[in-house]
Design a binder for this molecule. Structure first.
Ligand SMILES: [Zn+2]
Ligand SMILES: [Zn+2]
Length: 419
């Protein structure tokens, strides 16, 4: 029996990688230009990190984590998201003593045992940013500005920024009280999950996707009507900064986040493209997280976006991503010149060119086919005559034009041809 990839996972094949690299490289370039540095955390962490850092009442922790016991009987979990691990690393590595704020970005894969649907995988990749140490709303505006620049440079025009605030530990109790009062009379008409959420954390009811719960969710109270003076001021400041940056937004009165550690500003980029509407990216402020994980109280804000979802959107919006780097030259060789051809390829590759040659000792005809498939710009047939004369007839494959070039001039010839 053949072994298949586990359900919910997928191979990213060589043909797809140039699209992945295009978005990953652009994201890295934008983040670096804003002064953010990349970091990586372990693929698995102690289960406790996510139970505390993501929140025991979330669907992620309750239903979706890949948790296992290691050989020493410790409970480990494949990371379901990036922020908890980064906050753990921030504390553990003494990053609090670095100049504030600490600006980080990441490109990592995550694991959630989710229901299968288009663009959703059980191992999935996310690009994300975190700015740790700034309580200011300007930090909120900066991470949104990173996204706006990234989407603009990517060419993702059909997008909308949704902005909200979910308050702070000062003003949330009033809101939770209002939510409870709103849902309590209707609990018998709502799904069993919501009944459980009502007891643990009524905020989570707002995440419910069950059809019969939607009418009660739609007219639920909004946190925006319960913000304390500080949260109100923070929200206004974030909005003013976005206006100064020329980033338009839509105030979303019912935005919630699937994770417990968020405070104040929450945001989401949604697609406005017909057929692919929905969230492309989510983020927000998480002032409580570092403290929950045992560090000093440290304000922070960030976002994450799924690469698979982003690539679906790129395709739907008809965006052409740069293709893989072209092959400069294909060298066809014969049994008596094969090694010399490899040595020539080696020299050219070390000058920065992309060069392919036969390593299967195939016939000339088969090598011709291979040269064709490689989509190389130029072709050289390297026979005994060329070896002796130290010069080559170089053929441009697009139009068949030929020129004779000495072995010494070949590197320069090909480098010039690139421009
Ligand atoms: Zn507040
Ligand atoms: Zn429900």
């Amino acid at each position: 029996m053949n072994i298949a990839a586990p359900k919910g996972t997928k191979d990213i094949l060589p043909d797809e990688m140039s699209r992945w690299h295009a978005v990953e490289n652009l994201f890295a370039s934008v983040c670096e230009r804003y002064g953010y540095k990349e970091m990586r955390t372990p693929t698995f962490e102690q289960t406790e990190l996510f139970a505390r850092g993501v929140g025991g009442s979330t669907d992620i922790v309750r239903k979706e984590m890949y948790t296992f016991e290691d050989k020493a009987g410790r409970s480990m979990t494949l990371r379901p998201e990036g922020t908890a691990g980064i906050a753990r690393a921030y504390i553990e590595n003494g990053m609090a003593s670095l100049p504030s704020p600490v600006k980080l970005y990441y490109d990592m894969s995550f694991f959630r045992y989710e229901k299968m649907q288009k663009g959703r995988y059980r191992e999935f990749w996310q690009l994300g940013c975190e700015i740790i140490g700034s309580p200011s709303a300007y930090a909120d505006a900066e991470v949104i500005a990173i996204l706006d620049t990234f989407f603009t440079e990517l060419g993702l025009a059909e997008r909308q920024l949704e902005l909200g605030s979910i308050g702070c530990p000062e003003c949330r109790p009033d809101f939770l009280h209002a939510l409870r009062a709103h849902f309590e009379p209707n609990l018998d008409k709502m799904c069993p999950d919501c009944n459980e959420r009502f007891k643990i954390n009524p905020l989570r009811i707002l995440d419910c996707k069950v059809e019969s719960c939607q009418p009660f969710i739609a007219n639920a109270p909004s946190q925006l009507d319960y913000l304390c003076a500080d949260c109100e001021e923070h929200f206004d400041k974030a909005k003013r900064a976005l206006e100064a940056l020329d980033i338009s937004y839509n105030i979303n009165r019912s935005m919630v986040r699937g994770l417990d550690y968020y405070t104040r500003t929450v945001f989401e980029y949604v697609s406005t493209h017909v057929g692919t509407q929905g969230s492309i990216c989510g983020g927000g402020r998480y002032d409580g997280l570092v403290e929950i994980l045992g560090g000093k109280a440290t304000p922070a804000v960030g976002f994450a976006m799924g690469i698979e979802r982003l690539l679906l959107e790129v395709e739907a919006q008809g965006i052409e991503l740069p293709a893989a780097a072209p092959v400069d030259l294909f060298i066809i060789s014969f049994p008596d010149t094969a090694v010399s051809a490899m040595a020539l390829a080696q020299k050219l590759i070390r000058s920065g060119l992309s060069v392919q040659t036969d390593v299967m000792e195939r016939s000339m005809k088969a090598q011709m086919k291979q040269a064709d498939r490689s989509k190389a710009e130029y072709l050289v047939v390297y026979g005994a005559e060329e070896l002796a004369a130290k010069q080559f007839v170089i053929k441009r494959l697009s139009d068949g034009a030929e020129e004779t070039v000495s072995a010494d001039d070949l590197t320069d010839y090909l480098l010039k041809a690139r421009k």
